[in-house]
Design a protein around this ligand. Structure first.
Ligand code: PDD
Length: 286
């Protein structure tokens, strides 16, 4: 099936969807994005993604082109037009096309460019990887200092993912000043003695929407949560580890830099949190 893509108000077959070569996202990574999961044709954690979109846009002084109701309508239309049952919706807003290349942006008269597309992933919530867990390597975090803004500047994270694949692993955890910041496209957690440890929010990491929900569910289930940075050595000595993101939900980590955790099998905390997250977020899906 040819995908229907959204570009600036038009729903088009993907082959007809076009953006200018002068678009600021293409030339300067001057844009932000969101990825929302769809399960059973419904949007997961959608208010959180819209709130972060608004925050990212405001941080870059790009006008939000739509209100929440309009964003919801566009997302629902994309689900309908693409018969999307399980998968993701990618949304990108760039500063727009000023008609030429210039480091300075021309100002408010340029309309933002809005693009959405769907990615169909049948059985997304039943990923076999959740049963086996993933392996991560550690790499230095050399990204810029505003990682709390969800920009399309993804060169280093994508290089990190490729470094991991080359090393026979699935993903990379980035390390700064001796402490893990986050995964290439997810937030990172360890569990020791039943306590869940994940880095505190700052400009150094993306404020994961899945992270917020998972920590809320963990606290509601009387699990102990500590928000602080941890080292790779501490992670290697942990009972278990996991990551969270909109597309992976809660995914167990069973190996860090070649060291197996919990006998190389997903741990009970990650497994339980995945169940709770999927149940609760399905219930609140819209
Ligand atoms: N990535 N940290 C980084 C660097 C991320 O890119 C992401 C999400 C997260 C998790 O955020 P959330 O729970 O809101 O998805 C943390 C998305 C899924 C992506 O780039 O595809």
């Amino acid at each position: 099936m040819t995908r229907t893509v959204y570009v600036n108000g038009a729903y088009l077959p993907e082959g007809e969807a076009k953006v200018s070569v002068f678009d600021r996202a293409f030339l300067m990574a001057d844009g932000v994005y969101e990825v929302t999961s769809v399960l059973g044709g419904k949007l997961i954690d959608f208010p959180g993604h819209l709130a972060r979109l608004a925050r990212s846009l405001a941080a870059l002084e790009i006008a939000n082109p739509h209100d929440d109701d309009a964003w919801l309508a566009i997302h629902r239309e994309m689900v309908a037009k693409n018969d999307l049952e399980d998968g993701m919706i990618y949304l990108q807003v760039s500063r727009g096309n000023p008609g030429d290349r210039d480091f300075a942006w021309p100002g408010a008269e340029v309309a933002p460019t809005v693009v959405l597309f769907t990615q169909s992933k049948p059985g997304l919530a039943d990923s076999p990887q959740a049963g086996t867990g993933i392996k991560v390597i550690s790499i230095p975090d050399i990204r810029w200092g505003r990682r709390d803004i969800k920009t399309v500047q993804l060169l280093y994270p994508s290089m990190g993912k490729m470094m991991a694949k080359k090393a026979g692993a699935d993903d990379a955890w980035m390390v700064e000043d001796g402490k893990v910041t986050e995964g290439t496209s997810n937030n990172a957690y360890i569990v020791k003695g039943g306590k869940i440890v994940t880095r505190q929010l700052s400009t150094n990491i993306l404020h994961g929407i899945t992270r917020a929900a998972v920590l809320r569910f963990a606290r509601e289930a009387q699990m102990e949560v500590e928000e602080r940075a941890f080292t790779v050595e501490e992670a290697k000595a942990a009972d278990e580890a996991f990551i969270t993101s909109a597309s992976a939900f809660v995914m167990p980590v069973v190996e860090i830099d070649g060291v197996a955790l919990g006998g190389g099998k997903p741990g009970p905390v990650a497994t339980r949190l995945r169940e709770i997250y999927l149940d609760e977020s399905r219930r609140s899906a819209i």
